[in-house]
Design a protein around this ligand. Structure first.
Ligand SMILES: Nc1ncnc2c1ncn2[C@@H]1O[C@H](COP(=O)(O)OP(=O)(O)O)[C@@H](O)[C@H]1O
Ligand SMILES: [Mg+2]
Length: 294
């Protein structure tokens, strides 16, 4: 091999290593997605993680901030034997649904799971600190619908959703303002076209009517339960700024369809996104013409 070729090889190898280091050295999640070899923690590494502090105590998981090679990661462990099935369902869902809509799992070992850390925390607690312009909030609501569309394309229904705070706590907000589904303990797959959330019919104003009825429980229900609840989530995301309150009136008719007692009359996540976007365009035209833009 000529000296020139050897020199070329050495230089390109150095560039490759530098390039990888540049995208992988910081454990920031945006860069992390570009990272060709994202870390996978082995059982040994998970057992040696240094706990920094407890972030939360959920029903199924104890959640800790931990340190791995100077990177902050999240270690979640099973709270109690009775939730082992849910805990492992979550791990399976991370494997199945891994991608831009879910929090990255970095490894699992027995009754422990390690995920990337998102300092902003869940959607419920993060929202007040986020930009409250409609231009920022509305796309976030669309993103929520996009995640529903993704779950429904996998025939999954969000069962951990008996109240608004419950839904909001299952999503995290990344540093760059993206919504990511984090808690996937209760994402059953439709069987013969239906699911049942839990072992009995549910209670409360927030759940879909078919989840409350005895007959509904016997027959089962489907992803349209998520569509019944979707306007409440978007409502929360839009916030209380003056423009948001106004824009809500514009969404009223579309939202009314989501609240149909008959699940078949509710729009799919894909349709709702389209309808919301149409309303958004009309709203933009209207506000622009009012302010003399057109
Ligand atoms: N990767 C993470 N980064 C930041 N906060 C997290 C992370 N994972 C969980 N949390 C926090 O812990 C809470 C509970 O986590 P979750 O997985 O929903 O537990 P449970 O299954 O017990 O409900 C979340 O609502 C969020 O506030
Ligand atoms: Mg949870």
């Amino acid at each position: 091999m000529s000296l020139l070729r050897i020199a070329f090889g050495v230089v390109s190898m150095a560039l490759l290593i530098r390039g990888r280091a540049a995208t992988c050295e910081r454990f920031d999640f945006r860069e992390y997605w570009m990272c060709p070899e994202y870390p996978h923690l082995t059982c040994r590494e998970i057992k040696k993680l240094e706990i920094v502090e407890q972030i939360a105590q959920g029903t199924v998981k104890n959640v800790f901030l931990a340190k791995w090679n100077d990177y902050r990661v999240v270690l979640s462990t099973l709270t109690s034997e009775e939730f082992r099935e849910d805990f492992h369902h979550n791990i399976a869902m991370h494997q199945l649904l891994d991608g831009p809509f879910t929090v990255r799992m970095l490894g699992s070992c027995g009754d422990s799971i390690v995920t990337e850390y998102h300092p902003r925390g869940n959607m419920f607690s993060a929202m007040p600190s986020l930009n409250d312009t409609l231009e920022f909030r509305f796309p976030m609501c669309l993103q929520y619908l996009r995640i529903l569309k993704f779950l429904h394309s996998h025939e999954r229904v969000m069962c951990d959703s008996n109240s608004l705070p419950k839904i909001l706590e299952q999503f995290l907000v990344s540093n760059d303002g993206r919504l990511l589904l984090n808690d996937m303990d209760a994402l059953p797959r439709k069987q013969n076209g239906v699911v049942r959330c839990g072992k009995r019919m549910l209670d409360g104003e927030f759940v879909a009517p078919e989840q409350r009825l005895e007959a509904g429980y016997r027959k089962g229900y489907d992803e349209m339960t998520d569509m019944f609840k979707a306007p409440h989530v978007c409502d929360f995301i839009l916030g209380e700024a003056e423009h948001a309150i106004w824009f809500r009136y514009w969404l009223f008719d579309v939202n009314k369809q989501c609240k149909s007692q008959d699940p078949k009359l509710r729009p799919s996540a894909k349709k709702l996104m389209r309808d919301y976007l149409e309303v958004w365009e009309d709203y933009q035209k209207d506000t622009r013409s009012e302010s003399g833009w057109i």
